[in-house]
Write a protein that binds this ligand. Structure first.
Ligand SMILES: Nc1nc2c(c(CN[C@H]3C=C[C@H](O)[C@@H]3O)cn2[C@@H]2O[C@H](COP(=O)(O)O)[C@@H](O)[C@H]2O)c(=O)[nH]1
Length: 148
């Protein structure tokens, strides 16, 4: 939990990723069955923001970009860190919602076509890894902590 302005913000990336892995590995069945799985948000690490900037979904200010390019080490809970992670969560939510309404209108897709933040997170994470060469030019935020 980090104080951010007047709010206490909790980002539970590591706990969420366990649930995401269980759900994905068990295909939503048995130990991987969660009735509210679609309410989980993306896992706010340092790679998804990089992918989101790569795709032009997020844009960093010049000031922030300069700090990231210099490799400034942030402290856990710094405003910049909470903003990068929080904006990534919100950006992924907006993409999920917009894509879900496209899916609902597209009758060429199978009726069980599903999208949630886990599926999009995995897509972005894998994309970044598969395109590590090109995406390297987008800097990541560096931070020493136990929360990633
Ligand atoms: N948002 C999100 N972050 C993810 C993952 C994964 C891997 N997950 C799959 C792999 C096998 C399992 O079955 C998982 O599903 C690792 N990370 C984070 O990346 C960071 C390391 O990155 P690099 O420096 O490139 O190695 C580190 O913070 C790590 O915690 C994901 O899927 N989503």
């Amino acid at each position: 939990m980090q104080p951010f302005s007047w709010l206490l913000v909790g980002i539970y990336k590591r706990a969420q990723i366990v649930i995401g892995d269980l759900w994905a590995c068990c295909h939503g069945k048995g130990y991987g069955q969660f009735d509210d799985i679609d309410s989980i948000t993306m896992f706010a690490d340092y790679r998804i923001p990089q992918a989101l900037v790569w795709f032009g979904v997020l844009k960093y200010s010049n000031d922030l970009m300069e700090k990231l390019n210099k490799g400034v080490l942030f402290e856990s809970g710094d405003r910049e860190e909470v903003e990068i992670r929080g904006c990534s969560i919100w950006a992924v939510q907006l993409i999920v919602e917009a894509t879900r309404s496209l899916i609902a209108k597209d009758n060429t897709l199978a009726s069980d076509t599903q999208l949630n933040a886990i599926i999009l997170d995995h897509y972005l994470w894998d994309y970044r890894r598969e395109h590590a060469g090109e995406t390297r030019k987008i800097p990541i935020h560096k931070i020493r902590c136990i929360y990633y």
